[in-house]
Design a protein around this ligand. Structure first.
Ligand code: HEM
Length: 369
């Protein structure tokens, strides 16, 4: 292939993914239509994830006014927010509940986008930026968990960071050192301590938000440029206007989401579902609490990690990540029906591990509760 034809192919590829002729209000808003079919509810999930993200930004900024990122004061500052700041407990609860809801929406959004073949050409960039957003969302959960500097979180973070280092034993040659270097870079010092808290804090409030803003911008821009995907039928039998009908419905979903979130944050402290005292301050001389677990959205990898050899999980998750990244090419010719079945299997696995992971663990380990 000559250089000229390679450049032309690259130009055509980019022009198809980013059709700049559609860069106007008429194409991106007035002309946009949303297919109506039995999976249409899936089109509201990205918007719902966006809504919870906005709640995270607003409540997170409010928490920043009082939170102290030091090992001596972090826990006390969080307690102060809950006990003495007017509306502080509500804001903290909203931040925690909304983080869980955002993750639930992002996972459901991924599964419905997959089931509807929304990754199909020319939406590869939308899918890839979506995968990036998924990892960033998990990154927010992982780093935010440590910030209150409580007994459970510090110990769970130690275990999480150790798992990164364990990867090294399965890598060849010099690469075997990389996971330790990654762990040390994130951890910042020999043991989880002030340097770790400072780094998690910087990642949580600066690095991840900036990375997310960039990826989300590209994600939403390509969604608007290409319009909605076909859904379950190609071509769709019925469509509705994006503006104003779908937008009004989207905003109604935001209204209901806000009402539910507010009610939950008001009535149910986030830690009320935790089997142990979640907010005991970290005691460096204390023992690691029994039955320590990460947040619910990590159960799908945590329980298999407890049951199966680390190497199996490593290969399994490596393949799953690769599959996620290559989805637009791997499933290019797969029928929508097969994709719906695969999405159902994925959803059943995630729900099964989240709801019954502990029971499954006890069945296979043969121990009591
Ligand atoms: C912070 C996380 C995310 C936010 C805020 C977000 C937001 C959105 C929004 C508002 C839409 C348009 C409405 C809709 O189809 O629901 C959308 C579409 C889309 N998203 Fe996401 N998204 C996120 C993560 C993801 C993930 C994890 C994936 C998959 C890996 C993904 C893949 C897609 C695709 C393929 C579309 C196009 C849907 C279509 O054309 O029918 N997104 N996203």
């Amino acid at each position: 292939m000559s250089l000229y034809s390679a450049i032309k192919r690259a130009k055509d590829y980019a022009a198809e993914r980013f059709p700049i002729e559609k860069l106007n209000f008429h194409s991106m808003v007035e002309k946009k239509e949303v297919p109506v079919h039995r999976l249409s509810w899936g089109y509201y999930l990205g918007g719902a994830a966006l809504f919870f993200l906005l709640v995270q930004i607003v409540t997170g900024l409010m928490l920043l006014f009082y939170y102290q990122p030091t090992v001596s004061d972090a826990h006390a500052s969080v307690e102060y927010i809950s006990d003495y700041v007017v509306g502080g407990a509500l804001v903290r609860n909203m931040h925690s509940w909304s983080s869980s809801m955002m993750i639930a929406c992002v996972i459901a959004h991924l599964l419905t986008a997959f089931a509807m073949k929304a990754f199909e050409k020319p939406r590869e960039i939308t899918w890839l930026t979506g995968v990036g957003l998924l990892f960033l969302t998990f990154g927010f959960g992982f780093t935010g968990y440590l910030l209150p500097w409580n007994q459970i979180a510090v110990n769970a973070t130690k275990i999480g960071l150790q798992s990164i280092e364990q990867v090294g034993q399965y890598l060849p040659g010099q690469m075997a050192q990389w996971p330790r270097a990654i762990r040390e870079t994130i951890q910042g010092e020999a043991a989880v301590g002030q340097a770790t808290l400072s780094r998690f804090y910087a990642i949580h409030v600066i690095v991840l938000p900036f990375a997310l803003a960039a990826l989300l911008g590209l994600h939403l821009f390509s969604v608007q440029l290409h319009g909605m995907s076909r859904g379950v039928e190609d071509p769709p039998r019925r469509q509705e206007k994006f503006f104003p009908m779908f937008l009004i419905k989207d905003l109604s979903v935001w209204g209901v989401a806000f009402f539910l979130l507010f009610l939950m944050a008001l009535c149910l402290p986030f830690e009320s579902f935790s089997p142990y005292p979640l907010f005991e301050a970290f005691d460096p001389n204390g023992s690691t609490p029994d039955g320590i677990k990460p947040e619910w959205y990590f159960y799908f990898v945590y329980y298999p990690l407890e049951l199966l050899p680390f190497g199996v999980i490593l290969v399994g998750s490596g393949l799953a990540m690769l599959m996620l990244l290559l989805t637009p090419w791997l499933f290019r010719s797969t029928s929508r029906k097969t994709l719906r079945i695969l999405a159902l299997v994925g959803a059943a696995y995630f729900l099964g591990m989240t709801l019954f992971g502990e029971d499954i663990y006890h069945i296979f380990k043969g121990g009591g509760q």
